[in-house]
Design a protein around this ligand. Sequence first.
Ligand code: ZN
Length: 233
Amino acid sequence: MRIAIISDIHSNLEALTEALKVIDEKKVDLIYCLGDIVGYGASPNECVDLVRKNAAEVVMGNHDMAAIDPVQADYFTKPGKIAAEWTHKTLTKDNLDFLMRLSYKREDGTCTLAHASPKDPHDWQYVLSPEIAREQFPHFKTPLCFIGHTHVPVVAGEDLKTFDFKKNMRFIINVGSVGQPRDGNPKLSFGLFDTHEWSYENIRIEYDIKGAAEKIKAAGLPSVLAGRLFQGL
Ligand code: ZN
């Protein structure tokens, strides 16, 4: 079975549409979504609709939670907070209800899914160092755990020395961000896992950044949220 793992779409319809097109071409059987469907970008309803239609499993992200209740955006940057309030007002009741029903952690027997970390999935911890990665492994039982949140793709083996995917080792894998990559590469990012081949690939693809940026400006959202998409930061 081929599973595409998408995360951190952030209301970027142009990036999500392109990702789904490539996922379709790659004959994927299942799509998992690691949350932050909304926040920052200008197309929250369109993105939630597409995730609802296409993803077999979805977990809650901190920006999804902030869209449900903007008080949860208190610790965000100012542009992030403005976007959370705008997203809350823009989402339909039906899509807000969908976000409200999401759980923090899911597992399918092979993969555990969490937005930020399997250890404390509702604390929105950033898994950015080997030490923090080490703490995560006792908190999932499956061979693999997929996360997002940092918007930076990383593959980390349980020995914390292996950064290339291989058999017979447990891994925590950050699939990167579809809608707001932050590793200096503006191409959208997602993960492709083949359960039969036991292979994992990080996919990077160009998309219509200009279109997404123009919509952010047209919606009256902070222009910094448009500009960063071109830099992948
Ligand atoms: Zn995010």
